[in-house]
Design a binder for this molecule. Sequence first.
Ligand SMILES: Nc1nc2c(ncn2[C@@H]2O[C@H](COP(=O)(O)OP(=O)(O)O)[C@@H](O)[C@H]2O)c(=O)[nH]1
Ligand SMILES: [Mg+2]
Length: 253
Amino acid sequence: MSSIQPPTNGIEAETADSTGVDSASDASEYTFEDVSVVMGTYNEAAAIGTVLDDIEAITDGKAEVVCVDGSSDRTPEIAREHGARVIEQAPQGYGVAVREAILAPDRPVVVTTDCDDTYPMEQLPEFLEAINAGHDVVSGDRLYHGAEAMPAFNRLGNHLFALLASALMGERVHDTTTGMRAYRREVVESIEWTENTGLSAELLIRPLMRGYDVREHPIAYRERAGETKLDPIEGGLAIAKSIVKVSLEERLP
Ligand SMILES: Nc1nc2c(ncn2[C@@H]2O[C@H](COP(=O)(O)OP(=O)(O)O)[C@@H](O)[C@H]2O)c(=O)[nH]1
Ligand SMILES: [Mg+2]
């Protein structure tokens, strides 16, 4: 179990208001004013407006949004028009962008997503509720509901990554490469992150193997708006390598 404690006195999920955890009936719980939603953005003009509108609507404009952007299209302008904080960074891959994005905010809860309209921002309240229930990491599990919108090759790959990681860790996980997770900020700050394409798997494996309270949470997954930035073969090999490397590193004394 983690040494990290809930905000004050360990409020359980059942006490949360099911109509919206940001109603702040109990000041000891995190609300969306304590949440930063962060993402790497690379030529996502087709999706970013919808993604940021969804976050604004679901969180009543209370969550901060941070985009680490390497785009050559209108993505950063659209992000700024929506009130997001934009950090410019030359494109160097998924993990380089997301590492900067998770370390930039100073709010106590950090939520990652992709900027491609695949992830259900309407489930953000469930993620916050799970953090308020005491979990350190809440990981969106796309495969639980079947992930029909995912290309079949990627779906097979993701099942195999989960089996590989589970075998190496000795603990069953179901979706190691999901882009949607919530973290207590202490978790992301207390670990040194080394992976690029494999960062998403690393962000699940290292906390889990260090004894943090990590929970997978089923999520819906939609078809992507715009083009993927990840080559399935090259990216898949990089992810498999990261899973093996990170799991073995965490096993070493
Ligand atoms: N800033 C930045 N963002 C990136 C880079 N590569 C990918 N991204 C973003 O990271 C997220 C995940 O990439 P995506 O193409 O959705 O990967 P997929 O979900 O595996 O298809 C998206 O929001 C991309 O725009 C990069 O080199 N720089
Ligand atoms: Mg994506």
